[in-house]
Design a protein around this ligand. Sequence first.
Ligand SMILES: Nc1nc2c(ncn2[C@@H]2O[C@H](COP(=O)(O)OP(=O)(O)OP(=O)(O)O)[C@@H](O)[C@H]2O)c(=O)[nH]1
Length: 318
Amino acid sequence: MIPVSVVTGFLGAGKSTLLRRVLRDPAWADSAVIVNEFGEVPLDHDLIAASEESFVSASTGCLCCVVRDDLTRTLLDLLARREAGEVPRYRRVLVETSGLADPAPILHALMTDRALAATHALAGVVTLVDALHGAAALARHPEAQRQVLLADRILVTKTDLAPVPEAAIRALNPAAPLRAAEHGAADPGWLLAPAPPPAALPDWAARHTAGLGSVVIEREAPLPALALTLWMQGLAEHCGTRLLRLKGLVALAEQPDRPAVVHAIQHMVHPLDWLEAWPGGDRRTRLVLIGERIPRHFPARLLAAVEAEVAAELARRA
Ligand SMILES: Nc1nc2c(ncn2[C@@H]2O[C@H](COP(=O)(O)OP(=O)(O)OP(=O)(O)O)[C@@H](O)[C@H]2O)c(=O)[nH]1
């Protein structure tokens, strides 16, 4: 039996950061990670660098709705490839859901598919709650509520930025063991220890916030760092709380040989990070925005306008 842990948590809660840390621990390196993202372009795949014993398989779309059957198929397919020696002999599977996934239908699929139940055992649901944005997400988004409601263990992240939103969490889930962690520094043994399967769940149908969508920007030409900063400021001003998440790999004109990693959660822009090299040699900038009623063409048009302004300013200074 291969244990399957579901790692969930609202947009930007720190799921990929946690999994990156877990895979770096030699005791947990022999894991297969299945990452699901809401935007049309997978990025987490490149942000969770896998070790030699582990690997990451990615899908986009809504895991709890359209690609639910894909998860069952992916797990069985991976197992067949494991037996055939085509992938590392992983000893557990970690499923990172998208931040907008309702875990209930996912658990249902894992527990009811016969072939899956004969080979895999649900090891539990780990839910990450962002100390800074978690209480607001729990107040507004049914996905966030269900993630906490169904948690076997709760990890509160970003406690370097804000205190644990204990009241909001305990109103939904009074009993699940809770710990805090900064930058994913949690004990995987505690997080991923098998939990008894859920006895009864209210219902299995996915609950979703209305009007959410994603916009993708892809481009070849490197972008001046100033243009990136001004674009993100412009987006935050225009979209306000409707912009839930922005993430991406960016080719900056100042350092085009490695990608800058950009993260923003609502108006909070996290410090730029860098990957050592372009994953798979694809040097295009890829940005994914997730929000409520974001006009489809607005982000790209704003970027073009900001870029032209920055180019004119640099030409004036030269
Ligand atoms: N200050 C601080 N930042 C953190 C912490 N954990 C994660 N982050 C940052 O939060 C941002 C989002 O982290 P991710 O790990 O990408 O979050 P995620 O849950 O995988 O995001 P989605 O897949 O988009 O839902 C990144 O900039 C991380 O560096 C933490 O404990 N403290």
